[in-house]
Design a protein around this ligand. Structure first.
Ligand code: ATP
Length: 251
């Protein structure tokens, strides 16, 4: 069952470093929220805390009433949650198809798993061509498709994505973003999309949350964030004309 993700006063530390500071926001069911911010803003920590990989020092991340941050990550799949971590996390030694089958590990309907795998192969033709090759032979973009595809085979209702555009060609990024948009609209998939590529994330998101030094400095609808040049310049470091305003980062 799909539902809202409600993050409330979520905090996390790495020793003395306060990486997340009372972060609160809500992702309504069937919508996409982009989490944006510069290097070190706390985006990955936010996702890792929601997924239980980093222990919170306070707060909750509730999905359908279950605090995801306080249960083992391995339990998340039973609650309809799939996580695509930064760096992709596909198993290099397995074939494309074996990786996809892993996505269905906790499903019981064999026929359903088969048809989900077929759907993913249809969505990503490069994966269909390479279905019997091991994942280590794939390009970065294909591996990202595989990571997203494997998450989809689990048939999630909440999808947590960490930097899906990292290292990808703009065309592949655009394909993945438009797929996420379609799934949110057609299947009421709830999506939390952590991205440093603010432009592409804002192009598909309904809402945006901007982090700075572990705090929410802005939460608004994505179109308003994209349209506000001063704000984009100040927090996100890009302009519509594509000019780069930060010395580092992937803007
Ligand atoms: P990036 O896009 O560069 O990954 P980010 O917004 O995802 O940045 P985080 O990686 O969450 O930011 O980092 C938030 C803060 O926590 C930073 O100050 C970072 O240096 C620190 N940090 C992140 N991971 C660790 C860790 N394992 N140990 C100690 N400090 C960490």
């Amino acid at each position: 069952m799909t539902g809202n993700l409600v993050v409330a006063s979520l905090s996390a530390r790495y020793g003395p470093i306060r990486a997340l500071n009372e972060v609160s926001f809500e992702v309504p069911s069937g919508t996409i929220t982009a989490v944006l911010g510069a290097n070190g803003a706390g985006k990955t920590t936010l996702l890792r805390t929601i997924t239980g990989l980093v222990c919170p020092s306070g707060g909750t991340a509730r999905y359908n009433g279950v605090d995801l941050a306080s249960i083992p990550t391995s339990e998340h799949v039973r609650h309809g949650v799939a996580h695509v971590p930064e760096g992709r996390g596909v198993i290099q030694e397995l074939t494309v198809e074996e990786n996809l089958r892993l996505g269905g590990l906790f499903r019981r309907d064999r026929a359903g798993i088969r048809s989900s795998i077929d759907e993913v192969l249809e969505l990503f033709p490069p994966l269909a061509e390479r279905r019997r090759r091991s994942a280590h032979t794939l390009s970065g973009g294909e591996r990202q498709m595989l990571a997203v595809g494997r998450a989809l085979v689990a048939r999630p209702t909440l999808l947590l994505l960490d930097e899906p555009s990292l290292g990808l060609a703009p065309r592949v990024t655009a394909q993945i973003m438009s797929l996420i948009r379609r799934l949110a609209s057609a299947q009421r998939l709830t999506v939390l999309l952590v991205e440093q590529n603010a432009r592409s994330a804002l192009s598909v998101a309904d809402r945006a949350v901007v982090l700075q030094l572990g705090k929410v400095v802005l939460a608004n609808d994505a179109a308003s964030v994209a349209a506000d040049e001063g704000l984009r310049h100040h927090y996100l470091g890009y302009q519509i004309d594509g000019a780069v305003h930060r010395p580092s980062g992937r803007w």
